[in-house]
Ligand binder design. Structure first.
Ligand code: ASP
Length: 420
């Protein structure tokens, strides 16, 4: 049985068992709940996520340093950085624009009446300051950056270290050899963790099934399905178009190869935790060379959140319509700009997109309490948007690699691999 199939079975079985346990109110038996649901199942699910996260810092550090060393030697680092970041911002801006268009056509919040609806209390948390965010990209202490898992700081340090290595002749080569070996070991470990994904995913989905509120979805059906429709459209149509236009490669093969990473992204709701799998997929299955993958994937996991921006676009229109506020064209432009910037500042962990929505709403003067209206369905939307975020990272890595002639076409077209 292929790994993907096992993951899908784990997901569906976990979800069904969780929903059934909820329906039969098994969680009310405190002993069973403490031992099995909150204990074993939650514990195993968390261990799976933590094992993935454990790989992130060493993987990014070793692989990006090696990648940067070869980029530094060829002098192409500036061009590559510019191209990658521009593409990430470009795809995010498209994502918000598509979201706004769909939302205006469907009008998910029309007919809303704030006096009739009980808005769950929402304590707005302040969004980070833009200047602070920029300064924070540079680490004052690289060890602290690694200890705290500050991705952008680690990226900056690894890039500089790689550059230093490329300029240091023989001593640099010695360090590079060591880092190359460490990188190979990390990728091997990730392959091992991926094999445990069906069990990890089963536990995560069962936990979700135990707490999922189907009634919430019914209440917010129009908003929920608008976001889902845009996410699917962007994930399948927009990315396919971009891949075809920029690389002439088959989007179907791309999606097929990305599927394990997407399933894990969906189950963990964290593009950060999924990053090791994205990295190994992009290199081993899509054929993107390490010097491109090691830079674009961690950067994408940190700053590229198209799915999150989509939710923010639809949510802004929904909240505006719900409160009977008409947005002007200027405000729409502002939403596109802020949601794109917010996507850079959104941490790649569950639920942060909703916090960053505060920034978007604040910029266009919409009531921040409106977030309380949509919070009930955000857990589920987070899963789907994280999968879109990860698809975006893979798409840009593929496009950049193809444009830099750093793509192994043989690997991309190779259909059977060990894990499929
Ligand atoms: N969960 C998303 C991610 O990790 C971020 C978000 O939208 O909350 O990509």
């Amino acid at each position: 049985m292929s790994l993907t199939f096992k993951i899908i079975i784990g997901m569906i079985a976990g979800m069904i068992i969780g929903i059934l346990c909820q329906a039969f109110q098994l969680t009310n038996y405190s002993q069973l709940n403490n031992l099995v649901f909150d204990g074993l199942i939650d514990g195993l699910g968390q261990i799976f996520i933590v094992s993935l996260k454990m790989m992130v810092v060493p993987l990014v550090f070793f692989s990006l340093t090696c990648g940067a060393a070869s980029l530094g030697a060829s002098g192409s680092i500036g061009r590559l950085g510019g191209k990658t970041i521009s593409l990430y911002l470009f795809t995010t801006a498209i994502a918000v624009s598509v979201a706004l268009t769909f939302a205006l056509l469907i009008s998910p919040g029309e007919g809303g009446d704030t006096s009739k609806v009980e808005t769950p209390a929402y304590e707005p948390k302040s969004a980070p300051d833009v200047k602070e965010t920029l300064i924070n990209i540079f680490p004052d202490n690289p060890v602290a950056a690694m200890a705290e898992g500050s991705m952008l700081q680690i990226i900056v340090f690894a890039l500089l270290l790689g550059f230093g290595i490329s300029k240091s002749g023989d001593p640099g080569k010695k360090i590079l050899g060591l880092f190359e070996s460490a990188n190979t070991v990390m990728l091997e470990l990730i392959m091992f963790i991926v094999k445990l994904a069906p069990y990890g995913v089963f536990c995560l989905m069962m936990k979700l099934g135990l707490s999922i509120g189907l009634y919430e979805i019914l209440k917010l059906a129009k908003y929920f399905f608008t976001v889902v429709a845009v996410l699917i459209f962007h994930g399948c149509v927009v990315y396919s178009f971009l891949i075809l236009a920029f690389t002439k490669l088959s989007p179907l093969i791309f999606l097929r190869k990305m599927r394990e990473a997407l399933l894990v992204a969906f189950s963990t709701s964290s593009s950060g935790a999924t990053m090791p799998i994205t990295m190994s997929t992009v290199q081993n299955k899509l054929g993107v060379k390490r010097r491109i993958a090691s830079f674009s994937v961690p950067l994408g996991a940190t700053i590229n959140m198209d799915g999150t921006a989509i939710m923010q676009g639809v949510a802004t229109v929904f909240i505006a319509q719900f409160y009977g506020i008409t947005l002007t064209p200027d405000q729409f432009l502002m939403v596109i700009l802020t949601a794109t910037l917010a996507s850079i500042g959104t941490a790649a962990v569950p639920g942060v997109g909703l916090i960053m929505l505060t920034m978007v709403l604040g910029q266009v003067g919409l009531p921040v309490e409106g977030i309380g209206l949509i919070i009930g369905v955000d857990r589920l939307l987070d899963m789907l948007r994280t999968a879109v975020n990860v698809t975006g990272d893979g798409t840009v890595a593929l496009i950049v690699a193809s444009s830099e002639k750093d793509l192994d076409h043989g690997k991309f077209h190779e259909l059977s691999s060990e894990n499929e």
